[in-house]
Design a protein around this ligand. Sequence first.
Ligand SMILES: [Fe+2]
Length: 221
Amino acid sequence: MPPKVVSVGDVVETLRGFESEPFTRDRILDFLSGVEVERASLEPYAHFSPDRYTRNLVHVDDVFELMVLCWQPGQRTPIHSHNGQLGWMVTVRGALAVVEYKYVGCNAPQNQQVSGLDCLAGATEIHLDRGPVHECAPGGPVATVDKTHTIHQVVVQGREPAVSLHLYSRPIESCVAYDLKERRCWRRQLSFHSRYGQVVAEVETPPAAPVPGRRELPVIR
Ligand SMILES: [Fe+2]
């Protein structure tokens, strides 16, 4: 059966209707796999920047956050975790690749023993294994993150701009980011380029250089 064409507003309304029961990966995957989101309905959220990919908020409540990400050729996320979130990504325009990673070990594993976060981060010797690469394009399968596949990097493929729709449950304000060259990780504060169609261009704080012997603290608003 061909996918049903819906607006992004219809997607929000349907998801709000799902909130009376737990969001599970497969329940939401079934829904998103059966719809095609009208590109015109995403226009208010399509803001590009030459400096970095942009996160543009469509909706947030206690259960989920929905955002449009806009990518110029060459742009990419850092390698990052999702703090135990479930996530679903639909590529609407262009081509993206999701590169999976798996945590092997680090020199601050005790920082994972913290309430309300996946990890405080702050390791200065981190080991991740590179996993499979998933190619993402319009009409392709919905990409997911879950509790067992939680670390990845998203990279633009080719020379065309890309647009993707990202749904996460529950909302988070920071995550762990990894620098495999320096072998360290830190908590990355997440920000939006626009909220509800209005550009706010919140500036992301670059990570401070690690201070030997100092424990990095999480950034929590
Ligand atoms: Fe991600």
